[in-house]
Design a binder for this molecule. Structure first.
Ligand code: HEM
Length: 403
């Protein structure tokens, strides 16, 4: 039987829906909001195993019709199919290894470390002047990661707003008109194509230039792979971090004891960031995978040529894995949470996201120790991939002071 999971109830209370699925139907055959049949995996152990299973492919060149084959009558998967392939997230070994290695060569720990002072500066600049009542997402949580990824890739500052707008449209794909999603992806690719060509002639001190070098020295990344990888870094690199900051702040503001504990001991911030990722991470489901042969997950048989989504949000609340899984506890060590995925596609940007998160929470707590929610009327954004709020209205009693 196929049940619809991604409905209004899911948007209102995804954790409630996932808790029910983990109990009753841990590998559920369901339909996406675009009318595509998928198998949805919700228990921690099954999610981890699925993310490590080489029979679940991410390379849609290997089965170009798999999306169409799984459309229901009247369904439309073209928005989901608009992702730009030829990068590591949409490839299998050995291509995956080659593409990831080339980016790792350029996106080094040293590069992330070197960005720290600039991230501090950008954050301080954004917080200056904020006070009273404001939308924490619009004024801060969206801005900081967008600026950081713009700087990382070497996108000229005047272009940041339009590039970020296209990227938002791509990310919200599952909730929008497929035509709009395709157009946004095409605009980004055209823009990045020109940018990569410009960086080849005129390299700067940025990640795209470093990837161009890695590409030219080894001739192992094609021009289209380079553009596609830049697209991936742009899209993967900002919206996620927005919701790390916003979901984490919502969790804190709704629990004054946790807010007080973190304020009292700011050394807990890095660990609290991990707990925010576990408790209410930015990604609800992973990107699509498909079965290359029949596979059994958690006792459920899935045929070949089927689409599989694993829920990271659900896995991280599995009571089989975590004691008091539904409680936020900034003093706990959330161990191997799955918010950054698992296996060969484990998030490449996790070190940067952690630095951004740590700086953001430290600054927000220092600046606004009396921050509170300004409204209880909060709306989660549509779409099945991301888990984030539309707005986060907050207020602070005292004027802003410098960090
Ligand atoms: C809190 C912020 C972030 C979260 C929660 C997050 C989460 C994830 C997850 C779950 C995956 C795996 C998806 C799958 O297997 O289907 C992934 C992959 C990836 N992420 Fe992140 N991400 C974050 C920030 C970033 C940043 C800042 C960057 C880069 C600037 C980035 C770059 C990537 C890349 C390149 C991949 C593909 C890795 C591969 O396929 O080998 N991410 N991320």
């Amino acid at each position: 039987m196929i049940n619809k999971v991604f409905d209004q109830e899911y948007l209102r209370d995804p954790h409630g829906v996932y808790a029910h699925l983990r109990r009753e139907q841990p590998v559920a055959h369901t339909i996406t909001s675009q009318g595509v049949r998928v198998w949805l995996v919700t228990r921690y152990e099954d999610v981890r195993a699925a993310l490590n299973d080489p029979r679940l492919s991410k390379d849609f060149h290997r089965n170009p019709h798999v999306m169409k084959d799984n459309e229901m009558e009247g369904g439309d998967s073209s928005g989901a199919a608009a992702v730009v392939p030829d990068n590591m997230l949409f490839s299998d070994p050995p291509d995956h290894e080659r593409l990831r290695r080339l980016v790792v060569k350029a996106f080094t720990a040293g590069r992330v470390r070197a960005m720290r002072p600039r991230i501090e500066e950008l954050s301080t600049g954004l917080l200056d002047g904020l006070g009273g009542e404001f939308d924490l997402i619009k004024e801060y949580a969206v801005q900081l990661p967008a600026m950081v990824v713009g700087e990382l890739l070497g996108i000229p500052e005047p272009d940041w707003p339009k590039v970020i707008r296209w990227s938002n449209t791509t990310i919200e794909g599952s909730a929008l008109d497929p035509g709009e999603v395709v157009a946004a992806a095409q605009a980004t690719i055209a823009y990045l194509g020109e940018l990569c060509a410009a960086k080849r002639d005129n390299p700067g001190d940025d990640l795209i230039s470093a990837m161009v070098q890695a590409h030219d020295d080894s001739s192992r990344m094609t021009a289209s792979e380079l553009v596609s990888t830049s697209w991936l870094l742009l899209v993967a690199g900002h919206e996620t971090t927005v919701h790390l900051i916003a979901n984490g702040m919502l969790a804190l503001l709704s629990r004054p004891d946790q807010f007080a504990a973190l304020r009292a001991d700011p050394a807990l911030v890095p660990q609290a960031v991990e707990e925010f990722l576990r408790f209410d991470g930015p990604i609800s489901t992973s990107t699509y995978r498909f079965t290359t042969e029949p596979v059994t997950i958690g006792g459920t048989d899935i045929p070949a040529g089927a689409l599989v989504l694993v829920s990271l949000l659900s896995a991280n609340r599995d009571a089989g894995q975590y004691e008091r899984a539904d409680e936020l506890d900034v003093t706990r060590d959330p161990g191997q949470h799955l918010a950054f995925g698992h296996g060969i596609h484990y998030c490449l940007g996790a070190p940067l996201a952690r630095v951004e998160g740590e700086i953001a929470f430290r600054h927000l707590l220092e600046r606004f120790p009396d921050l509170e929610l300004a409204s209880a009327d909060l709306t989660w954004r549509p779409g099945m991939l991301m888990h984030g709020l539309e707005r986060l209205p907050v207020r602070t009693g005292s004027p802003s002071t410098r960090t």
